[in-house]
Ligand binder design. Structure first.
Ligand code: MCA
Ligand code: AMP
Length: 503
């Protein structure tokens, strides 16, 4: 019986007293202790009636136990579905219902609010708090420290990650064992990761970046992580000297650079800083090199594809580019209208193919067909070009998407809500430059004839239904939206008009 993902990430460390997690209180969790916890959780999953292939939705704070739920799902053959801790009840009910999750894990503080949602979806609800306590932990108490790993194949699903869409409806990206494992192996090779590496980990673990890029790579190599609940500048600076590597979104880097304590000396133990999830300004790359002597290594990925490209470890890390396709990943630039491959240097849509590319969107065959070609190439929705030296540049997006501090926000989801509010005729939601988040959300409203929308009431509805990071940081009211001759809203004009709102 095999389970390739479990064997490669977890099973190989059975009984190992090597450090895995260095925790904020100064304690360390060994691989053996982590795996025992995961095995107890795997027993709790099966005792609750979960079978291989069943979905486990988890909206839990970052903690060693939250990570052990992921390990337990892999071991028990369940599909792990992590959810942003900022999502509201309205957002969660869609994910739970759509995924058909059999078990929902949440923080104790959210239990009462989620109980009706779970009941309506016939899902069991258990709690797991940031300190590792809760009814799920209780269910695992006293269970054996080992578990008979469920047999799974490399094409079996390991995780669902929801990604929003241009239609405003989120799609569950189905990721197989092979998708995850092949990518971790490629990153180990190109980033030269080793057992002795210590990762400064401050990313959330409900996205590809913090969970798979950071977590899977650490596990595959038997390395360790300084596992912090979130990005806190003082803690990052205090613990940087213990680390050899850090992964961040561009906001991490601009925040570090804004602090005079962040010096060359502070980073002298570091061998590698990587950045992704959002474009890193070339200017940030240059400032970082000047301050620390380290060239940030920028890479490019997506929820649907894991990582696609990376700047080189040993050669020039070119600012403003995302480097070369990873081993096993094919990348081409195509004409969005015809799908034909374009010549080197031309700008077009980026398409990728390889073991990293997902299996499709859960129960959305039509949507899958639109983005995943029959020959295996996935249309990323990003626009790019390949320079004369082979470096891939991302020059824009062919999808209406805002990336704020590394979180994706699809304007449509907010526009649909705004258009529904009393006194609103129509709306347009755009991304505008922001000094901390890179981009932030701005909403433009057109009142219905003779009416004045109540902006405070609208903000209240947005606050109730949308995670904080999606909420517009400003709402402007104008007479009409700029449109082209085809009637399409010209968001580029709005973006120009409001470009200086926050900078
Ligand atoms: C927090 N807030 C945000 C964001 N984060 N608003 C907009 N955009 C955000 N990203 C809200 C908070 O709720 C708060 O609201 C206010 O902004 C400021 O809070 P603050 O404490 O400063 O925020 P923070 O806790 O420091 O968070 C900023 C952050 C965080 C550290 C940049 O967002 C973060 O860790 N981002 C990483 C996201 C990530 O991992 N992305 C990967 C997904 P209020 O003002 O009301 O209090 S993409 C991916 O996985 C692909 C595959 C890839 O390529 O990597
Ligand atoms: P997500 O859907 O959250 O997985 O976000 C994926 C999107 O993030 C990609 O399609 C890109 O638009 C963007 N992205 C990720 N890494 C980079 C990068 N290094 N530079 C620019 N955009 C990036």
């Amino acid at each position: 019986m095999t389970n390739p993902l479990y064997d490669a990430l977890f099973g190989q460390h059975a009984g190992s007293e090597d450090p895995f997690l260095h925790l904020p209180d100064g304690s360390t969790r060994t691989y053996a202790a982590f795996l025992s916890q995961a095995a107890r959780f795997a027993h709790a999953l099966t005792d609750l009636g979960l079978a291989p292939g069943d979905r486990v939705a988890a909206q839990v704070e970052k903690s060693p136990e939250a990570l052990a739920v992921y390990a337990a799902c892999v071991q028990a053959g369940c599909v792990f579905l992590p959810l942003n801790t900022g999502y509201t009840g309205a957002e969660l009910s869609y994910f739970i219902d759509n995924s058909g999750a059999k078990l929902v894990l949440c923080d104790g503080a959210k239990e009462a609010a989620l109980a009706p949602v779970a009941a309506e979806c016939n899902a069991t609800l258990k709690t797991l708090n940031a300190d590792g306590t809760g009814s799920f932990a209780d269910a695992a108490e006293g269970k054996p420290d080992t578990f008979d790993t469920a047999a799974r194949g490399e094409d079996d699903l390991a995780a669902f990650l929801y990604t929003s869409g241009t239609t405003g409806r989120s799609k569950g990206a189905m990721l197989s064992q092979k998708n995850l494992l092949s990518n971790a192996e490629a990153l180990r090779e190109v980033w030269k990761w080793e057992k002795g590496d210590v990762l400064l980990h401050a990313l959330p673990i409900f996205h590809t970046h913090g969970l798979f890029v950071a977590g899977n790579l650490t596990l595959l190599c038997g390395a360790s992580m300084i596992f912090l609940p979130k990005f806190d500048l003082d803690t990052m600076i205090a613990r940087m000297p213990e680390a050899t590597t850090m992964m961040g979104v561009p906001t991490f880097y601009t925040r570090l650079l804004d602090d005079p304590r962040f010096t060359r000396e502070l980073t002298s133990n570091m061998r590698l800083f990587t950045s992704g999830s959002a474009p890193l300004l070339a200017e940030t790359h240059v400032r970082f090199s000047e301050r620390t002597g380290h060239a940030i290594l920028e890479r490019y990925g997506m929820t649907e594809t894991n990582m696609n490209t990376s700047n080189p470890y040993d050669r020039e890390r070119r600012a403003g580019t995302v480097g070369f396709p990873l081993p096993g990943v094919e990348l081409k630039i195509t004409d969005p209208a015809t799908g034909d491959t374009l010549d080197q240097g031309e700008i077009g849509q980026i398409e990728v193919r390889g073991d990293n590319v997902f299996q499709g969107y859960w129960q959305m065959p039509e949507k899958t067909k639109e983005e995943l070609r029959a020959d295996g190439f996935f249309i990323t929705g990003d626009l790019g070009q390949i320079d004369a030296d082979g470096y891939v540049h991302i020059v824009g997006r062919n999808k209406d998407l805002i990336i704020s501090g590394g979180y994706n926000i699809y304007p449509k989801e907010i526009e649909v809500l705004l258009d529904d509010q009393p006194g609103v005729l129509e709306s347009a939601v755009i991304g505008v430059p922001h000094p901390d988040f890179g981009e932030t959300v701005l909403a433009v409203l057109v009142p219905a004839p003779g009416q004045t929308p109540d902006l405070d009431a609208i903000r209240e509805v947005l606050g109730r239904d949308l995670a904080r990071f999606k909420q517009p940081r400003d709402i402007r009211v104008i007479d009409e939206l700029p449109r082209n001759t085809m009637g399409k809203v010209q968001k580029n004009i709005l973006r120009e008009e409001y470009a200086n709102t926050f900078v």
